[in-house]
Design a protein around this ligand. Structure first.
Ligand code: SF4
Length: 445
């Protein structure tokens, strides 16, 4: 191995890494070292990597040591009090807060943090890198930084990662939403110890798209093409098309049924298709999957709609040959969304607070549910967004950063609260304590 670390040009691992066409006939006896690149099979590579001695995805048995850190930095007695209360509420002064039935850290995120923290204990002397944010929460990422974990630099304009500082033998952590197979291969070839915290729910989607590919189907992925999870999933998909919403599904369906302007199609999805994708060729057989954090109802509606499209095109009797769908929506996402639908139905609420990282997809969908209900809803990533007494800086689900004054009315106030799957209880706690403080000032005026 090169003593100077990975000689990787930026473009080699740009987010929109694309792979050409189908993999049929590309079966390789790939080893984890990935030497037979001419017939590279992501599936075979993953299998080989799983057996490699330099690969770990189960942790290192340091649960007790990590437990103390998790409790100190992430838990909250205030949130625990609400959780224990039958009405999931707490009152301080004039403010009553009602907590969603399901919120905050999912088990996939807890597991990822646990394994990453254990890696630090397991390899106290090694240089440890991480290919991306472990989860979309600045506080948790800061924890890793404080432990000396180095984040792989990303070029803001191109999105390309610079692996130049990664030396052979270094430890490299893969985050909860996974990494592209190209990145895994690079690290494996460089002789790195790979600690893979990818959530099993994400791996489940990879298995689904791999199955579609082996059946000669194009993966139609409901997701955001620039999101790390979708980038990783696409890298396992062979031929793929990423659509972000029903409007794009309708555009694709129109093309399937009636054809259209091929160049316009390719322009529209220029960042969201595999290399060599041809809408005239690759939409005859499709399999639908999703980024795990998308709105469940939207994925289901898109899947149903595209199934109906294939029925119209090929006839009900042939649809099984042209359409596949495996349910890959994760339970945690679904539970948080269901709890949010239930919470926003509480007509006694004056407003909603959604706490979570601004680049968190699952948090954006919680905010979207509240906005859809017409409830005043404020998405903040930390308590500093409550910038002054009765002044809040907040994000809308479609990422407009707004500043609102007078959002806390005087007198009794009932607040609903939830948080994204990558948000520790401590973050909600800090936001609520700041509300209690400001509200006391407002009510004393
Ligand atoms: S939201 Fe779901 S897919 Fe994402 S980390 Fe949590 S359990 Fe895994």
């Amino acid at each position: 191995m090169m003593g100077m670390g990975l000689a990787v040009s930026a473009s080699t691992v740009a987010p929109a890494v694309r792979r050409s066409g189908r993999r049929s006939g590309c079966r390789a006896s790939a080893s984890a070292s990935g030497t037979k690149t001419e017939a590279f099979s992501p599936r075979d590579f993953r299998r080989a990597l799983n057996k490699s001695e330099t690969y770990n995805r189960r942790g290192f048995g340091h649960e007790d040591a990590v437990k103390g850190i998790m409790e100190k930095d992430f838990t909250s007695s205030l949130i625990q009090e609400m959780r224990d209360d039958p009405s999931k509420s707490v009152t301080r002064g004039n403010v009553t807060v009602r907590l969603a039935d399901s919120y905050g850290f999912c088990w996939g995120v807890e597991r990822a943090i646990q394994i990453a923290f254990e890696a630090r204990i397991q390899y106290p002397e090694d240089t440890i890198h991480i290919t991306n944010e472990i989860i979309h929460n600045p506080g948790v990422n800061q924890n890793l930084s404080d432990m000396g974990v180095k984040f792989i630099p990303v070029d803001k304009e191109t999105g390309a990662k610079d692996f130049g500082a990664v030396k052979p033998g270094d430890v490299v952590i893969l985050p909860a939403f996974g990494a592209s197979v190209q990145e895994m291969k690079l690290l494996s070839e460089n002789g790195n110890k790979i600690v893979d915290t990818t959530c099993p729910w994400v791996s489940k989607v990879w298995n689904a798209v791999d199955k579609y590919d082996r059946n000669g189907h194009t993966s139609v992925l409901h997701g955001k093409y620039a999101h790390e999870e979708s980038i990783a999933t696409a890298s396992f998909a062979g031929t793929y098309l990423i659509i972000k919403d029903m409007a794009e599904a309708e555009y694709v369906a129109e093309y399937i049924l009636h054809g259209g302007d091929r160049d316009a199609f390719l322009r529209k999805f220029s960042n969201a298709v595999s290399e060599g994708f041809d809408p005239d060729v690759h939409l005859d057989k499709i399999g639908v999957s999703n980024q795990t954090t998308m709105l469940k109802g939207e994925t289901e509606a898109i899947a149903k709609f595209l199934e109906g499209t294939m029925m119209k095109k090929f006839g009900v009797e042939h649809v099984a040959e042209h359409y596949m769908m495996q349910d890959t929506i994760c339970d945690a996402t679904q539970e948080r969304q269901d709890a949010m639908y239930s919470l926003v139905d509480d007509s006694s609420l004056d407003l909603m607070l959604v706490v979570g990282g601004y680049n968190s997809s699952n948090t954006s969908h919680l905010q979207e549910i509240a906005e859809g209900k017409g409830l005043p809803s404020f998405w903040v990533d930390n308590e500093k967004r409550l910038v002054d007494v009765n002044v809040i800086e907040h994000l809308t689900f479609d990422h407009q950063l707004l500043t609102t004054e007078g959002w806390l009315k005087p007198g009794p106030l009932k607040v609903g609260i939830t948080s994204g799957a990558s948000t520790p209880d401590k973050s909600m706690d800090r936001v609520l304590e700041e509300i209690f403080r400001q509200k006391a000032i407002i009510d004393a005026q």
